[in-house]
Design a protein around this ligand. Structure first.
Ligand SMILES: *Cc1c(COP(=O)(O)O)cnc(C)c1O
Length: 426
């Protein structure tokens, strides 16, 4: 790494735990000191030392139209002149809610929050409040933010750092969370047989992206819908990544399955801190002040965040970007797969639309157990070689790569060439 990033990281570690405000960023899993980013445009990032990177992290998903999108900047500049926060209702919030309801098949009403974590945490409270039950089913390797009830066998940074759970979560709370293997219908059937009347909700990433990308079996998602209905439990789709990513109406549109509650984040904020959760009117009416399940936020529906998010959603709603993203992702991931094959490196590529992952194993990769067989040492070498060649990937074998509309053929070709060099050196 460059000298400026190195010295900033040293200083950061003095003042911030681990030097970062979100654990995976520290680069521990790949043994690097992270580059400190100073600016971004389109699909490119620059660090404090002036190095340029092609970005496949895309802020962990949000930047589907690339960084510094001119329409977003314009909307932000306009909103900024009217002040940054009022703590009072605004027209922008109503427009935002309306466009989400129009784009997401199962959402009739929506509440804005400030992060994906807040969205899932609130959705769980709503499900418990609505059903009067306490148990939650989740799936190994799925990450739903860092709320207490959901940080059990979680993916993302927890998986990257090999943390089995987290200290600080009361055992009395964790025991209400049941974590099962993804894509395993029988496991779900058995859990409902045993705990059926106690289960408030099943929460799932319908397209998991936090143990690397996993392709859901359609009959698995269908079974979740059926069995929750049979037992009076709610089905929560955590579409914080897949929402607006795999289709304009998320995984629920792609697989034609209507969850009871949907959690959104990432893309919805256009790069500002936003989350949301929504569902049908009957369920959402449980929330205060209409109902008595409490949830609130000083900065929720913030005008700058709404202006950025709304601008992005209006563009995505037209739908044109999805075939374009599909083509680009197809080109990138088939190119990576070929490069690996040519070098004799066994890889498994999982991809849905513009999100995908490369596992260093023989596959198939259908759940967290499979994902964990990816060769961490090979990934680490691959990662470092790619970074040295100006390709910025998520510094963990358990994360997705994301494309934006600003990734052009030139950048994709450059990425595949870099990968060929990296694979050749393994
Ligand atoms: C990122 C993510 C979250 C948490 O969102 P934050 O904004 O980081 O709190 C929740 N669920 C999924 C599926 C995510 O990918």
């Amino acid at each position: 790494m460059g000298d400026r990033s190195k010295s900033l990281f040293q200083k950061a570690k003095t003042y911030i735990p681990g030097g970062v405000n979100s654990p995976v960023r520290a680069g521990k899993a790949v043994g690097i000191d992270p580059p400190f980013i100073s600016k971004a445009n389109g699909c490119l990032l620059w660090d404090e030392d002036g190095n340029e990177y092609i970005d496949y992290v895309c802020s962990w998903g949000p930047m589907i139209l690339g960084h510094s999108h001119p329409e977003v900047i314009q909307a932000l500049e306009k909103a900024l002149r009217n002040g940054t926060s009022y703590g009072a209702p605004t027209k922008l919030e109503v427009e935002m809610a309306e466009i989400i309801v129009k784009m997401f098949p199962s959402i009739e009403m929506v509440r804005m929050v400030n992060s994906g974590t807040e969205a899932t945490m609130s959705a769980i409270r709503l499900a418990r409040g609505f059903t009067g039950r306490e148990k939650i089913i989740k799936f190994d390797g799925c990450y739903h933010g860092h709320a207490d009830s959901l940080l059990v066998s979680a993916g993302s940074g927890v998986a990257t750092l090999g943390i089995p759970g987290s200290p600080g979560i009361p055992r009395d709370l964790a025991r209400h969370t049941i974590s099962l293997p993804f894509n395993d219908k029988n496991g779900v059937d058995q859990a409902f047989e045993k705990f059926g009347p106690e289960i408030a909700a099943v929460i799932v990433e319908p397209v998991p992206g936090n143990m690397g990308v996993i392709v859901p079996h359609e009959d698995f998602l269908k079974r979740l819908r059926e069995i929750t209905r049979e037992h009076g439990a709610l089905l929560i789709f955590d579409e914080v990544i897949s929402g607006f990513r795999v289709a304009p109406g998320g995984a629920q549109e792609l697989y034609d399955i209507m969850p009871d509650i949907t959690c959104l984040g990432k893309i919805i904020g256009g790069g500002l801190p936003v989350g949301a959760y929504g569902g049908n009117k009957e369920i959402m009416a449980g929330m205060a002040p209409e109902g008595d399940i409490y949830q609130a936020g000083t900065l929720s529906g913030n005008p700058l965040a709404m202006a950025a998010g709304l601008t992005i959603l209006k563009i995505l709603k037209r739908g044109e970007v999805y075939p374009e993203l599909e083509n680009k992702a197809q080109m990138l991931f088939s190119g990576l797969e070929n490069a690996a094959r040519n070098a004799g490196i066994p890889v498994t590529v999982n991809r849905i639309g513009s999100m995908g992952s490369l596992f260093f194993n023989n596959g198939p990769v259908n759940d967290f157990e499979d994902a964990k067989t990816s060769d961490a040492k090979l990934f680490r070498k691959y990662y470092r070689s790619m970074l040295d060649q100006g390709i910025y990937l998520a510094p963990s074998p358990f994360e997705a790569s994301f494309l934006s509309t600003t990734h052009g053929e030139k950048e994709i070709r450059k990425t595949i060439e870099a990968a060929a060099v990296a694979f050749g050196s393994l």
